[in-house]
Design a protein around this ligand. Structure first.
Ligand SMILES: [Zn+2]
Length: 232
C-alpha cells in the first residue's frame, strides 16, 4: 500500500514541554486532560533531575504521563549541546533515555528535542538512523511539513515570563495553509529556570484561546501522516 501524505487541517497545533519539570505532572497534564489536548513531554535527566525530586519529575510521574496518553520524547540524558558532543557521547545520551523508557514500560521515543535548540548534521543523521521521525529545534516560525526537514522542526512560539497572550495568538494564527504551529513550554511554573517559566494563570489563558479557536491540539508523533514517509 502506498502511504500518501495527508493534508494538514487548519488549526493544527502541537504542544511540547521541555526539561522534565515537576509542574508538567502536577499542573500541566491534568489541565490538558480537562481540555482533551495532546502533548509531548521531552525528558532529560540533565540539570538536578537525579537529586531534586521537588522540582523535577520522577520516572513514576513520567510513566503516568505516558499511561495518560501523552507522548514521551527524548531530550537526552545530560542536556548537552549536540554540536559539542562526539557521535559516541550523543548516542550514549540518546540511548540512556530510550533505555529508561524501556525500563518503565514506555514505548521507544520517536520524537526528539535538541538541548538548547542547537542542531548539527551529525545529530540529524544519528537520529534518523535510530528511527526518530521528528526533532524539534528552536526558531520562531510555523512548521511546513512539505518544505521543512522534520528532524530540525522549528517552533513558532517559546513561552517565556514576558510572553503575551497577543504573541501567543499571533503564533497560533500561523497554523493554516498547510503549516503547523509547534509551541514550546518549559515549567508552568519553572522555579529552577525562571527565565523560561510560564505563569499558570497565563497558561490557562493560552489553553482557553486554543479551545475557543477550535484548534486540534496534538503531540509531535501525531504529525507522522502529514510528512512524506521516509524512503526505506
Ligand atoms: Zn531543554
Amino acid at each position: 500500500m502506498t502511504e500518501e501524505r495527508r493534508p494538514v487541517p487548519d488549526g493544527t497545533v502541537v504542544l511540547t514541554f521541555d526539561d522534565s519539570v515537576a509542574s508538567h505532572a502536577t499542573f500541566v497534564a491534568p489541565l490538558l486532560k480537562k481540555h482533551g489536548f495532546g502533548a509531548t513531554f521531552f525528558i532529560t535527566e540533565g540539570f538536578e533531575f537525579s537529586m531534586d525530586k521537588t522540582n523535577y519529575m520522577t520516572w513514576e510521574q513520567i510513566r503516568a504521563l505516558d499511561a495518560a496518553g501523552f507522548e514521551i520524547g527524548n531530550h537526552t540524558r545530560r542536556h548537552a549541546a549536540v554540536p559539542r558532543q562526539t557521535p559516541e557521547q550523543l548516542a550514549a545520551d540518546v540511548e540512556h533515555i530510550e533505555r529508561q523508557c524501556a525500563t518503565n514500560g514506555i514505548a521507544r521515543p520517536t520524537s526528539f528535542c535538541y538541548p538548547g535548540y542547537q542542531t548539527s548534521p551529525a545529530a540529524v543523521k544519528l537520529l534518523r538512523e535510530r528511527g526518530y521521525r521528528f526533532a524539534r529545534a528552536g526558531g520562531a516560525r510555523a512548521f511546513d511539513p512539505v518544505a521543512d526537514e522534520p528532524l530540525t522542526m522549528p517552533q513558532v512560539f517559546d513561552g517565556k515570563p514576558d510572553s503575551t497572550l497577543e504573541q501567543f495568538k499571533a503564533a497560533v494564527a500561523q497554523a493554516k495553509d498547510g503549516k503547523i504551529a509547534v509551541l514550546t513550554f518549559h515549567g508552568v511554573p519553572d522555579l529552577k529556570h525562571p527565565w523560561v517559566s510560564t505563569e499558570p494563570a497565563k497558561f490557562e489563558a493560552y489553553l482557553a484561546h486554543l479551545k475557543a479557536q477550535g484548534c486540534r491540539v496534538i503531540a509531535v508523533r501525531e504529525l507522522a501522516p502529514f510528512v512524506k514517509p521516509k524512503q526505506p
